[in-house]
Write a protein that binds this ligand. Structure first.
Ligand SMILES: N[C@@H](CCC(=O)N[C@@H](CS)C(=O)NCC(=O)O)C(=O)O
Length: 221
């Protein structure tokens, strides 16, 4: 049985969970937080989540995990197509989303989600960086109905997990000029994905956890 280590609030845990669900694999989620403890670094050298465990062996880094699942369960739907050109398109989209949208967006949402002050000027500094990434993404997405075409791929795992978080968490900073508003087809894509079983479950678990954490924060304050 697959064990997925990590919390449902994490984009990258959710990215892997979307792939596992699409493949129809059974799994158990071990709800752990990132950690710099020696024991955890043995299975995740950067101390990050997610980590995948099968029969006492571990894989870390979400894309490495999903590529591993394609190889380990060859009878399940592939997340990366066999055709090298198509596979390259999928990896390109995934890289654009993670390197040029999620990493800059994190500089804001990791602070705000922990109740920390976002320094004045940071949202303005990040805005053109995100806008450049969104314009790049617009050139390669298809949304027909999946992000890279007519089938669910690794790029959907990354897009749904990351873009929903970036859209929601940065809205207070960009109420009328959110860079993701420039990505035409995104709203319809979210609606379509949320109508699908796997993404709907992932979204529900994430929102439930957000609510629990928000209530706990109110109690502490
Ligand atoms: N490149 C990593 C990113 C994973 C990642 O950043 N996970 C976050 C949670 S969403 C984390 O563990 N952060 C804690 C840390 O960076 O120490 C992957 O694709 O797995």
């Amino acid at each position: 049985m697959i064990k997925l280590h990590g919390a449902s609030i994490s984009n990258y845990v959710n990215k892997v969970k979307l792939g596992i669900l699409e493949k129809g694999l059974e799994y158990e989620q071990i709800r752990v937080a990132p950690s710099q403890e020696e024991e955890f670094l043995k299975i995740s050298p950067m101390g990050k989540i997610p980590v995948l465990e099968i029969d006492g062996r571990f894989v870390f880094e979400s894309t490495a995990i999903l590529e591993f699942l394609d190889d380990f369960y060859p009878e399940t739907p592939r997340l990366i197509p066999n055709d090298p050109w198509e596979a390259a398109r999928i990896r390109e989209i995934t890289t654009l989303i993670e390197n040029y949208l999620d990493i800059p967006a994190r500089r804001i949402y990791l602070l705000s989600s922990r109740g920390k002050d976002v320094p004045p000027g940071l949202a303005e500094e990040i805005h053109p960086i995100l806008t450049k990434g969104v314009k790049a993404l617009q050139r390669v997405v298809r949304f027909s109905p999946y992000i890279a075409g007519d089938r669910f791929t690794l790029a959907d795992c990354s897009a749904f997990a990351n873009l929903t978080v970036i859209e929601e968490s940065l809205r207070p900073f960009y109420p009328t000029d959110h860079p993701l508003d420039l990505l035409s087809g995104l709203k319809e894509y979210f609606t379509f994905m949320k109508s699908q079983k796997g993404p709907a479950l992932v979204e529900k678990e994430k929102q439930t956890l957000f609510k629990i954490l928000a209530r706990a924060k109110v109690k502490v304050e």
